[in-house]
Design a protein around this ligand. Structure first.
Ligand code: UDP
Length: 242
């Protein structure tokens, strides 16, 4: 893949694109290949890549790696190469869906439970009546299941949102992107759960104060182990032991 020319900032071996959400959208929509793989990376993803070379190879196959998570912004400041803005994956997905609906572009929704997947598609259709749904499928399948790849290939979506959680979603995209002729592919984690109303996003004030991670931890204490990884990430950045 050809990495975009915008400034790259290396954080623990992961090359982040330093660009705003609008610049990213403009680049993608102007792309003449029509094919883009976007990783919205948070500290958990960077730590996973540090410990799992196959995963690192998957995410560095992407066209764009953007900062999703205040931990990444803090790290870039510690490196004295500040990234201009945090781009939450959920917001990027919603902006792309809005763009798709206004421009007769089709979307495929892959991931989450059958129930959440269907509810998310239904809610999006209500919010964006013009939205073209190329297809959708739940996310509980074997990574090498060819029938899913065939369905996406057959329906030729312009945008493919993959909500399988990290690391599966980026692995699925990296493994299969060469078999598609076009499309913007992006891992979106728990975003379908938010769209379906199963999980609430943090209130605006928590987001503004960069405390969305704390809100999620309070709501889902089972995420505690994952938060420890975030602290390890920040600690390593402070002591410069990558
Ligand atoms: N999921 C899936 N298939 C799997 C494992 C997870 O479709 O094999 C879905 C899960 O139902 C949820 C999403 O992937 O909708 C992962 O959400 P999580 O909150 O873990 O993602 P994050 O945003 O934290 O990366």
């Amino acid at each position: 893949m050809v990495r975009d020319v915008s400034e790259l900032i290396n954080i623990m071996g992961i090359p982040f694109n330093n660009l705003s959400k609008q610049d990213l959208i403009d680049n993608i929509t102007a792309s003449d290949t029509g094919k883009n793989f976007i990783v919205t990376a948070n500290p958990e993803i960077v730590m996973e890549a540090r410990n799992n070379l196959a995963y690192k190879n998957s995410i560095t196959k992407s066209d764009y790696i953007i900062a999703d998570g205040i931990g990444i912004i803090i790290a870039s400041k510690l490196l004295k190469q500040p990234l201009s803005e945090r781009i939450p994956g959920y917001e990027l997905m919603m902006t792309m869906i809005e763009y798709a609906s206004k421009n007769q572009k089709s979307c495929y929704f892959l991931g989450a439970s059958e129930e959440v997947n269907q509810a998310a598609v239904r809610k999006l259709k209500e919010k964006f009546p013009e939205l073209i749904i190329a297809g959708h499928h739940h996310g509980f399948f074997k990574l090498d299941d060819e029938s899913i790849v065939n369905d996406v290939r057959k329906t030729q979506p312009d945008f493919v949102f993959v909500a399988l959680g990290m690391p599966r979603q980026e692995q699925w995209i990296a493994n299969n992107i060469d078999s598609f002729s076009k499309g913007v592919f992006m891992g979106v984690g728990g975003s379908f759960d938010v769209v379906a109303g199963e999980v609430q996003r943090a209130p605006e004030i928590w987001i503004k104060l960069n405390l969305e991670w704390l809100y999620r931890l309070i709501k889902q204490p089972s995420r505690f182990k994952r938060i420890l990884k975030v602290f390890e990430f920040i600690f390593r950045m402070i002591i410069r032991k990558y």
